[in-house]
Design a protein around this ligand. Structure first.
Ligand code: 0WD
Length: 275
């Protein structure tokens, strides 16, 4: 019997096999979870996004796969309604969604456009509140349900290149705490994982990613980068009974990078650090 035998939930934000949401899904599946999934709606006739996600989730017995744009309240409500119809109540929600228009993400924050800021905040932070709110309104969450979102250290401290998304992550992390406080009386927990860099589609839009990986390798106490599976394992734990007393937390899965106030002495001996 697995940790998630008899437990059901929703996973939002798989784009492809590199997505962090997929690494979490693999761990949940291994422990026996039953899941429904969403994909970004496809433009035009070709179901490109749908096919990419279906290829992954069909073989693990997905209970449903629906299009969902988090900017659309009807989409969100339809997904929650489908979850209720399929499962009754659900025990977990994985929210692994972020977006900022590239032009607004790559420039300095003071150059963000008003609309770019709104879009980035809506998709990357408000969407967590919207999904939790829809689930609450439909009484979709079981009495010990757990909600998990994904964030990054750039929401706590300045990471050059992370820019507008850092501001969104600060809002997202604060949303975790407010939601945890508001849903706690129902028994529902809300937590976030602050992950170190993992090469995914979204990550490639943020600065020079290989430099970021080198930096993390050089500075982290563990002198390496994390794997997506490490986020998957911790995600699974935060969604499970193993973390039944934890809510409102942001757990860093970053090989310790975020505890360092300055690079270690050996950082300056590394050829890539000098380059
Ligand atoms: O290094 C990394 N990869 C890190 C990612 C480090 C720390 C945190 N994160 C966070 C991201 O900020 C995000 O919140 O993890 C989360 C997942 O990101 P990911 O797995 O790195 O990226 P990806 O595989 O691209 O999944 C994000 C997905 C979208 O993918 P695409 O590539 O299609 O933009 O978010 C979804 C979509 O599936 N998404 C949306 N879903 C519904 N409605 C929307 C939307 N409007 N926009 C994006």
């Amino acid at each position: 019997m697995g940790l998630f035998t008899g437990r059901k939930g929703l996973v939002l934000g798989i784009a492809n096999e590199r997505s962090i949401a997929w690494a979490i899904t693999e761990n949940l599946h291994r422990e026996g979870a039953e899941m429904g999934f969403t994909h970004l709606p496809d433009a035009g006739d070709r179901p490109k996004n749908q096919n990419k996600v279906a290829k992954l989730v069909d073989p693990i017995g997905s209970k449903f796969l629906m299009p969902m744009d988090v900017c659309n309240d009807e989409h969100i409500d339809a997904v929650i309604a489908k979850a209720v119809e399929t499962f009754g109540q659900i025990d977990f929600i994985v929210h692994s969604i972020a977006f900022a228009p590239p032009a607004d993400l790559t420039g300095p924050t003071y150059a963000s456009s008003r609309n770019g800021f709104k879009t980035a905040m809506e998709i990357s932070a408000y969407s967590l509140l919207a999904v939790a709110g829809a689930a609450k309104r439909r009484n979709a969450l079981s009495k010990d349900a757990s909600i998990l979102t994904l964030t990054y250290f750039g929401g706590e401290e300045v990471i050059p290149g992370y820019n507008l998304m850092g501001i969104c992550k600060a809002a997202l992390e604060c949303s975790v705490r407010y939601l945890a406080s508001e849903l706690g009386p129902d028994g529902v927990r809300v937590n976030g994982i602050s992950a170190g860099p993992v090469k995914t589609v979204s990550a490639m839009g943020v600065g020079d990613f290989d430099d970021m990986l080198n930096l993390y390798r050089g500075i982290s106490p563990m002198r390496r980068n994390i794997s997506a599976d490490e986020v998957g394992k911790t995600g699974m734990a935060l969604l499970s009974d193993l973390s039944s007393g934890i809510t409102g937390e942001i757990v860093h899965v970053d090989c310790g990078f975020s505890i360092m106030g300055a690079p270690p002495a050996d950082f300056f001996q590394q050829p890539e650090a000098k380059a």
